[in-house]
Design a protein around this ligand. Structure first.
Ligand SMILES: [Zn+2]
Ligand SMILES: [Zn+2]
Length: 241
């Protein structure tokens, strides 16, 4: 079953990604997607964009080349309280907010307990819609606690296709564990490419494999359809109309 939306993509604005908005949109069209979210890194990422990048996203058309384009961010979680690197005044105007832990953003060398708390607190933020790549072994989050928190909040967790192919080595066993826990507790899963170049847009293959293996059905995959994504965002305070 093809997924209609890729909710995690980077453009040149991230500082270490290699394609333009237009190239990402055209790649999405070629892959048969119907929606993408532009989720460049938050400002704390070395080489990342200034806050103005996010406040100016309204300059983008909502539909390009027939592809719906969500205005988003992959925010950095900065501490165990789940503090993000963009103020609420900016987050509230975005369509979708991903949050994740990244090296080089000032929150290195903490304990598993601190990273777990950080991810859960970030997910509690009313404008955060998705915790990205929680399977990254560099930040050993307690996945069962995170999944339970997501279940309670009705929020989604990500299986990141790049974690299973080119980034974050050693993620496979933890992503497999995440998939099994998500299945057990009935949590929404988003399977995203995390593409940093146009050729990777819509690449969900390894993430899908893992999800099927864990018994996750289509009913649990958030980005299966555009209408499901919109309904989910609406349920968490975002109106795209
Ligand atoms: Zn990331
Ligand atoms: Zn990313």
């Amino acid at each position: 079953m093809p997924l209609e939306a890729d909710l995690h993509l980077h453009t040149l604005a991230s500082g270490h990604a290699y394609s333009t908005v237009k190239e990402m949109v055209l790649a999405a069209k070629e892959k048969g997607l119907k929606m993408i979210a532009l989720t460049d890194h938050g400002p704390r990422m070395p080489g990342g964009p200034h806050l103005y990048h996010f406040t100016n996203l309204a300059a983008l058309p909502r539909v390009m080349e027939g592809i719906e384009v969500l205005r988003g961010v992959e925010a950095n979680i900065l501490d165990a309280n789940g503090t993000l690197d963009l103020p609420d005044s900016v987050l509230q105007d975005l369509d979708i907010v991903l949050a994740g832990l990244h090296r080089g953003t000032g929150f290195d060398g903490a304990s598993s307990e601190e990273y777990t708390k950080a991810a859960i607190e970030a997910l509690k933020h009313p404008r955060v819609h998705l915790i990205v790549h929680p399977g990254n072994p560099e930040f050993p989050i307690d996945l069962e606690r995170l999944v339970l928190a997501a279940a309670g909040l009705g929020k989604a967790l990500e299986i990141n296709n790049s974690s299973l192919s080119i980034s974050r080595p050693g993620s496979l066993p933890r992503c497999r564990q995440l998939a099994r826990l998500a299945k057990r507790y009935g949590v929404w899963i988003a399977i995203n490419s995390d593409a940093h170049v146009y050729t990777s847009v819509g690449d969900f293959s390894k993430g899908l494999e893992l999800a099927w293996e864990a018994g996750i059905g289509e009913g649990q995959i958030l980005n299966l359809t555009v209408s499901r994504v919109k309904g989910y965002l609406k349920g968490h305070g975002v109106s795209l109309d």
